[in-house]
Design a protein around this ligand. Structure first.
Ligand code: GLV
Ligand code: MG
Length: 319
């Protein structure tokens, strides 16, 4: 991310704001991010209490260095303005991002940006610090994703919401994350995943895969998470604590790849320098590396560094 801090989001753990026990428990989990929900996991009559619970746990809980996000209701409901005002006025100093679900247009992101700026100014918070995570959950949102990604400098992530998306395009399936029965010629989600990934990479945002609802099927979670990780996604939602460890592993580079990437960066920097002979393409062991290798290595090393990985093998000029 250019202007904003790059945060690890391998596992983005969802917690219903209406459940005090889950809000308490989430503080002890090893997820990179936690998002406290006032949207679809909270019943309409429980939304007012969820706001209060969330303000309370943000201010008094121990969240370590996790990314703390609150998902508000989307702008087509009657709840959004109160969600934003109550949560940000009440706990804005202890909050990193707001997640806006079912985003369809850039104007919806701009409306949230404006409201946030007013609250930050009124409360004396740093203006612009709170980020926005835009959830793309329907056809119009997907078509407008580039404008949505660039609608405000606050936007940090683009998130795929598969359940709402499947409903919005009339997909003939009820099993989120798995292929719709009858479609046997490829991955029915490939276009959507790739489109979001392109928008995120074109505009320097993170891109996050949404939930896998069969929470007892960890193999299934690993398989589906592995697909988006392989494409280049930064992380995935987790709905159950058991999914967190799997997500952290799937979205981290392996230790071997991380060491290799750091070594490519060191070797390339050395060999392109005066001292190393000012070369462009050079050998690292049996492998030829050049500027394109450096770019690929930067991606792996960036993910490893964000995940707090440490090197176990360090290249030296005479090795
Ligand atoms: C998440 O919000 C989804 O709709 O999948
Ligand atoms: Mg949704």
């Amino acid at each position: 991310m250019s202007a904003r801090e790059l945060r690890a989001r391998r596992s983005c753990h969802a917690v219903p704001g209406s459940n005090p026990r889950f809000l308490e428990k989430a503080q002890g989990l090893q997820s990179d991010q936690v998002f406290l929900d006032i949207e679809d996991s909270v019943a309409p009559i429980a939304k007012a209490d969820a706001r209060k619970n969330i303000v309370e746990v943000l201010n008094t809980g121990d969240w370590g260095d996790r990314v703390r996000t609150v998902r508000v209701n989307d702008w087509t409901t009657q709840w959004t303005y109160k969600d934003v005002i109550e949560v940000v006025e009440g706990a804005g100093a202890n909050l990193d991002c707001l997640m806006l679900p079912k985003v369809q247009t850039a104007a919806q992101v701009q409306a949230l940006d404006t409201l946030l700026t007013q609250i930050e100014t009124t409360m004396g918070y740093e203006v612009g610090r709170i980020g926005i995570e835009a959830q793309i959950e329907n056809a119009l949102g997907l078509i407008n994703v580039d404008e949505i990604a660039t609608a405000s400098p606050r936007v940090e992530t683009i998130i795929f919401g598969p359940a709402d998306f499947m409903a919005s395009i009339n997909m003939k399936s009820l099993v989120v994350g798995e292929q719709p029965p009858g479609y046997d010629v490829g991955d029915a989600y490939h276009y959507i995943l790739m489109r979001l990934l392109m928008a995120a990479r074109a505009h320097d945002k993170q891109v996050i895969d949404g939930p896998y609802l069969q929470i007892k099927d960890l193999d299934g979670f690993q398989r589906v998470a592995g697909r988006s990780a392989a494409l280049g996604y930064d992380g995935k939602w987790t709905l159950h604590p058991s999914q967190i460890e799997v997500a952290n592993e799937v979205f981290s580079p392996t230790q071997q790849d991380y060491d290799h990437a750091e070594n490519i960066l060191d070797a390339y920097e050395y060999f392109t320098s005066e001292q190393g002979g000012a070369k462009g393409a050079v050998m690292l062991g049996d492998e030829m590396i050049d500027e394109a290798s450096r770019k690929m290595a930067l991606v792996i090393s960036g993910k490893g560094r964000a995940a707090g990985m440490k090197r176990t093998d360090k290249w030296q000029p005479d090795s």
